[in-house]
Write a new protein. Structure first.
Length: 341
């Protein structure tokens, strides 16, 4: 028999561009989820310290101060914010998936859109950097690498995770399917403006998220947890105070939603969109088995003689020193502990 467990999806706003206060809020949400019996809790994209929605609103020449603030409030994987979350996960015996804007140990201006999967013992099980920042996100984050394209085998099942638009990439999704993924976590921003509301065709992130998350669950025959951020009044008002014309865009752009999906792509229970909260779902991984009879794209329902996918999971580093006795790279302070390369 496969594991059963309760999962929690956080639908909440960070304390905008305040890593210390947002970490404190995350710790409280972890405690709440654990207190309600969750074995796993997942947070939205770059929950610490925020999603940089200003990159959609104004030209980059007007945003230098916000980028400097974003870089300052981003966190190191071996920094105190992540340590506090790891300690809380261990103390509560709960798995934590959390989105962070990650600082580089080699540069004060390079940041990544990253996601950490932390074990119930506080260990970092996977450290994933978003492969390709999407559209205006390229003005903020550096491209990631394949080192985090891993499914982690845990006591509650085989867990995979992708960030936002990566769930549009069929090869990234297939890389997780082929590692026996059973539970898929996808994390999303609160809003994603692409046009002014007067155009009448703005990007509907909740609808687009549902299409992609449902498709993955149906194709992979896995359970899905969708966790999205919230643009709260404090963040909205801060941006509008900077430029009153931003109000029309922010108020007229559809909000993201958080929800759960079963291995057929159907929604489990309710969803959250406007209001902050935590959603819960009881997950029975045994329900992943029957749908595999219909389509098993990493089993009999494929042609491995026709298709050949190769994935480079080498962590990229800015420099490797070879003139020292113990040739080392400027590497991440915490490397993934999941499947070997």
């Amino acid at each position: 028999m496969l594991p059963t467990f309760k999962a929690a999806a956080v639908h909440a706003a960070p304390v905008f561009l305040d890593k210390a206060a947002t970490t404190k809020k995350a710790l409280a949400l972890i405690r709440e989820a654990a207190g309600n019996g969750a074995a796993l809790v997942a947070f939205p994209e770059t929950f610490i310290p925020a999603f940089p929605v200003w990159a959609a609103l104004w030209a980059p020449i007007d945003n230098h101060d916000l980028f400097v603030r974003m870089a300052d409030q981003s966190v190191l994987v071996d920094g105190p914010e992540v340590k506090a979350i790891r300690d809380e996960a261990r103390a509560r015996g709960i798995f934590v998936s959390i989105g962070i804007s990650e600082k580089s140990p080699a540069s004060v201006g390079a940041i990544w859109n990253s996601n950490l999967l932390i074990g119930d013992d506080g260990a970092i099980l996977n450290h994933h950097r978003k492969l390709v920042p999407t559209f205006y996100e390229k003005l903020i984050w550096s491209p990631g690498d394949g080192a985090g394209l891993r499914v982690v085998d845990t006591r509650i099942g085989r867990i995979g995770q992708l960030i936002c638009g990566e769930n549009t990439n069929p090869l990234a999704r297939y890389a997780l399917m082929a590692q026996g993924e059973q539970f898929h976590i996808s994390s999303w921003p609160p809003v994603w403006p692409t046009r002014r509301p007067s155009d009448g065709v703005n990007y509907h992130i909740a609808a687009a998220t549902r299409i992609r998350a449902s498709a993955h669950c149906f194709e992979a025959k896995v359970f899905g947890l969708v966790t999205a951020g919230v643009l709260d009044k404090a963040a909205r008002d801060m941006l509008v105070a900077r430029d009153p014309s931003a109000a029309a865009v922010l108020d007229g752009t559809p909000r993201a939603a958080s929800f759960f999906l079963d291995p057929t792509g159907e929604q489990i229970g309710e969803s959250l969109c406007e209001d902050e909260g935590i959603l819960y779902a009881d997950i029975d991984l045994n329900k992943c088995v029957e749908p595999k009879q219909f389509h098993d794209v990493v089993g009999y329902y494929n042609r491995f003689d026709v298709f050949d996918l190769r994935v480079n999971r080498r962590r990229l580093h800015p420099v490797t020193f070879t003139n020292e006795a113990d040739a080392t790279a400027i590497a991440d302070p915490v490397e993934p502990l999941a499947l070997e390369g």
